[in-house]
Design a protein around this ligand. Structure first.
Ligand SMILES: Cc1ncc(COP(=O)(O)O)c(C=O)c1O
Length: 334
């Protein structure tokens, strides 16, 4: 494996966890070599989008240990997604134990410390079983597989540019806050349009007024004002990013910044000295500029990461790789 040139692509690893729900309960779950799922043609996941997922990473530390970053938060968010789609929930302890089993079973794919790589874990749940009407499935499949990954956006810590989309990612009172498949199917076309025009991804505005920034592709937005306040959008249709909530805490408690979740108007970007996209896959990706119609707004620089974005990055990534002391309960050792 060439650890230093890993991108964000599928690589088949050895074992994945799989568990089935039937007659009101989950079976014991097990690891399997088979990376194909065999399901009924009537499965609700195929027809009605009864599918949700998560994404989290395992990190190799300097002294050879393995860290999971806040897996309890992913377990809880998945439970909220499941409730929104009328799916059974997976208990937090089972979710975390399954993550650990998958990491241990595929340890040879975990990139070494210092390469910038991680082992990305993809838990998902789908409605399966014989069915045809629009109603919750009779059975469910929960699985976690893993892939070694490098940076999600090409730049890493080099800023990249984003395009404000005229499409909505989610409806005002829809499923935007849940990590459900349909939100992502609908984002493929806006994403492709942004890529075609050489932007990293699409920026979505609020679906009601189209004046406020909501999401940056599959990541949350943050801006840092000229007087060093950390600001990130508030909206019921944004996916509550675990990275974003971690940054809100670190900015306030470790870097002494004022923080707020509030409206971020796309015509008021001048207030920000720096901006970035944050998420498990995106980590912290500095935003060079945003194209909104004919207007192109540059933040700190199109080529250099800004100083506050870099400080936040060092704190977050330092905690994930075990180089910086983590707040209580943030690191789960495998
Ligand atoms: C739409 C969307 N927004 C934000 C995020 C970032 O969330 P997190 O930091 O929990 O990975 C993700 C990725 O999970 C996402 O898919």
């Amino acid at each position: 494996m060439d650890w230093n040139s890993l991108g964000f692509g599928y690589i088949k690893t050895d074992l994945r966890y799989i568990s089935f729900w039937k007659d009101g309960h989950w079976d014991g779950g097990s690891l399997t070599e088979d990376n194909k799922v065999h399901i009924s043609e009537g499965s609700t996941a195929i027809h009605y989008g009864q599918t949700c997922f998560e994404g989290l990473k395992a990190y190799r530390t300097k002294d050879g240990e393995i860290n999971l970053f806040r897996p309890d938060q992913n377990a809880e968010r998945m439970q909220r997604s499941c409730r929104r789609l009328m799916m059974p929930t997976m208990p937090t302890e089972v979710f975390i134990d399954a993550c650990k089993q998958v990491v241990k079973a595929n340890e040879k794919y975990l990139p070494p410390y210092g390469t910038g790589g991680t082992l990305y874990l993809r838990p998902y749940m789908i409605g399966v079983g014989d069915n045809i009407g629009v109603k919750p499935a009779p059975e469910y499949l929960f699985s976690i597989f893993c892939v070694p990954v490098g940076p999600y956006f090409k730049g890493g810590l080099t800023p990249t540019n984003f395009l404000v989309s005229s499409y909505d990612r989610a409806a005002g009172n829809g499923t935007g806050a849940a990590k459900v498949g349909g939100n992502y199917g609908g984002s493929l076309l806006p994403g492709a349009e942004a890529h075609q025009r050489s932007f990293s991804d699409a920026i979505y505005l609020d679906p009601t007024t189209h004046t406020k920034i909501e999401e940056v592709g599959s990541a949350n937005f943050f801006g840092i004002t000229k007087d060093h306040r950390f600001i990130t959008p508030a909206s019921p249709s944004i996916l509550p990013s675990i990275t974003k909530y971690s940054l809100l805490y670190l900015a306030k408690e470790r870097l002494g910044m004022e923080v707020s979740e509030t409206d971020v108007y796309v015509d008021q970007l001048d207030q920000f000295a720096e901006a970035g996209a944050c998420g498990t896959a995106a980590v912290i990706s500095p935003i060079g500029g945003i194209q909104n119609g004919d207007d192109f707004h540059v933040f700190y620089s199109e080529t250099e990461v800004g100083p506050w974005t870099k400080k936040l990055y060092d704190e977050l990534v330092g905690i994930q790789y075990g180089d910086v002391e983590a707040p209580e309960g943030w690191i789960e050792k495998v």
